[in-house]
Write a protein that binds this ligand. Structure first.
Ligand code: SF4
Length: 82
């Protein structure tokens, strides 16, 4: 289990909006996207990876926060202020 915060990425074309990732997530309510999946714009400091494990279509991925600045593809897919 990682103790470094992570940022999740979801393959939106594969997601079936089943809600399993939210149901298993131990973060407080509100750690969600507007598509009712776990958040992709907020760092997760728990990093238990339960969402990745439970996703039935295996479309949740993550990077550690320290890795994000070195991954231009991730930055492109997650157009935030990195
Ligand atoms: S568990 Fe996977 S398929 Fe289900 S809503 Fe979350 S990202 Fe989408």
């Amino acid at each position: 289990m990682s103790h470094e915060s992570v940022i999740f990425q979801i393959g939106w074309n594969a997601c079936i909006n089943c809600g399993a990732c939210i149901a298993v997530c131990p973060q407080p309510p509100g750690f969600v996207t507007s598509f009712n999946t776990i958040a992709v714009n907020t760092a997760c400091d728990i990093a238990c990876m339960a969402c990745e494990i439970i996703c039935p279509v295996s479309t949740i991925f993550h990077l550690k926060e320290s890795e994000i600045a070195n991954d231009p593809t991730f930055i492109q897919l997650n157009p935030r202020q990195y």
